[in-house]
Design a protein. Structure first.
Length: 487
């Protein structure tokens, strides 16, 4: 059921009940069985949510189809281990009655934080993202990020389970009060944010979705023709009021910093027209290859180098240890991570530019805004996902980044889904998929900082501390108390 709560199905109500069958299944089980019960559930869920990964490994990495399927099986099993471990603790927490309303969400948030941090992290489609269309419910993300939304989703799972199991009318009242409280708070935050930015000046950016694909290969002439096409598109956007134009992470396989011809093309264009930011590779040598967002403006050049690289897409995890993987993935070049988060400057404002995969990490995105970023500009090459749910899942996760930091997102992708997302998480415009789109985006520069922007991961780390203190206390002091009672 959990997989169906995410795009493309978007059955968000399932997010509030997907754990209930598991809770019922834990009755009469021991801890070991609880682990395997939750492991199997999570393993199948990840296979359904991440079904697009073999296509990426074959299409982008040149990997054998059989090996790519083995890869997704291993990844799903690895991620499911953490859910299985959570299930073992949830088994004990369910015995605590109403206290489980607090304990189980804490366990789940702790589990998701570990998945986000270990071995570079892969926090894809955490439970809170299932509610990205539930606009008032997710507004609390400005306090505790997506982890607070996840906490509430799991809280309602536990509450509904206890209501079904105990048939206690008081729990029904608690459910009603909590639901009204969350949605009322969300509505207040939504309106408050709107009032706070109402008088800010609107600006206009141009966004280009060229409908290019990762497998397209152009000769020298065709590359230059494509660039001229995109320059003409940018001129058209300038005529419609664009103050700068955003191209996606991958447009044409040229290297402006290594090709004087192409650098001069950009330099000449921005001198007479509008600034352009676009994603290109900065190939400084075999040991210094950067995935960069380059910003060309009149008399100035800036760039941001991607820090959090995509595992097995831009580097090989444990390359020295996994020697057998090295032979399979030699066609995928290892990129070099950038040195630090930095915002780009334009017209007295700071532009935050996480690249593609970086957007799924709330803490990294928050760092951009904490350093003064006033708008989030996302460039992405989504063509290598193919016609799957992955681009839709990325768009869903993007909405939570806007709420956490109360910033607009201007999103440019190769072939979709490009979008404009408001600071309350509403998708104001979305491009068609697998089609060229050239459009303008109205947005505001926002300087206000949310609780999440100021204090970061205070909430999820508090959950981890609570989890550790409670279960250490139960394991040692609870055992001592039981021994004294037998004595």
């Amino acid at each position: 059921m959990q997989a169906l709560s995410f795009p493309k199905f978007d059955l968000l109500f399932l997010g509030f009940v997907f754990l209930i069958p598991l809770f019922h299944g834990l009755e009469g089980q021991n801890v070991r069985n609880a682990f395997w019960f939750f492991f199997r559930f999570s393993f199948l869920s990840y296979l359904l949510i991440l079904y697009w990964i073999p296509n990426v490994m074959v299409y982008y990495g040149g990997m054998d189809r059989t090996v790519s399927i083995l890869g997704i099986v291993i990844l799903a099993a690895f991620l499911a281990v953490f859910t299985g471990a959570a299930g073992s603790f949830i088994k004990g927490a369910l015995k605590k009655g109403n206290l489980s309303l607090l304990l189980i969400p804490v366990i789940w948030v702790t589990k998701e934080l570990i998945v986000e941090k270990i071995f570079g992290g892969f926090p894809w489609c955490s439970a809170g993202y299932s509610q990205y269309k539930n606009i008032y419910f997710v507004q609390v993300a400005e306090f505790g990020g997506v982890h607070l939304v996840t906490f509430l989703v799991i809280f309602f799972n536990v509450l509904i389970y206890l209501l079904i199991r105990k048939r206690d009318k008081r729990l029904l009242a608690v459910l009603a009060i909590c639901a009204v409280g969350v949605y009322t708070t969300g509505y207040f935050l939504y309106r408050s944010n709107g009032n706070q930015i109402r008088d800010l000046e609107y600006h206009t950016a141009g966004i280009l979705q060229p409908n290019t694909r990762n497998d397209q290969r152009f000769n020298w002439k065709e590359k230059n023709e494509k660039l001229e096409e995109f320059f003409n598109d940018s001129k058209a956007l300038m005529a419609r009021g664009a103050e700068f134009v955003i191209w996606p992470e991958f447009t044409v396989s040229v290297y402006p910093l290594q090709s004087e011809v192409h650098y001069r093309m950009f330099e000449s264009f921005v001198e007479e027209n509008v600034p352009v930011m676009a994603g290109f590779t900065d190939m400084q040598g075999s040991k210094a290859i950067y995935n960069s967002l380059m910003f060309f403006s009149r008399g100035r050049f800036q760039k941001y180098d991607k820090i959090h690289l995509t595992p097995f897409g831009e580097y090989i995890l444990f390359r020295e240890i996994l020697f057998f993987v090295k032979r399979i993935t030699d066609e995928i070049a290892d990129f070099t991570p950038g040195e630090a988060v930095r915002n780009l400057e334009w017209d007295g404002h700071l532009l935050s530019t996480p690249i593609c995969y970086e957007l799924i990490f709330p803490e990294l995105t928050r760092e951009f805004i904490a350093k003064g970023g006033e708008v989030l500009i996302i460039t992405s090459n989504d063509s290598w996902y193919g016609d799957t749910s992955a681009p839709y899942q990325l768009l869903a996760m993007s909405t939570l980044r806007t709420i956490e930091n109360r910033r607009y997102i201007l999103r440019s992708t190769t072939n979709g889904i490009s979008a404009v997302i408001g600071p309350s998480g509403e998708i104001l415009y979305r491009s068609p998929f697998n089609a060229k789109d050239v459009f303008t985006a109205k947005f505001q520069y926002i300087k206000h900082r949310t609780v999440f922007t100021r204090f970061g991961y205070l909430f999820p780390y508090a959950c981890v501390i609570f989890f550790l203190v409670y279960f250490i206390r139960q394991k040692f002091f609870g055992r001592r108390k039981a021994s004294s009672l037998r004595g």
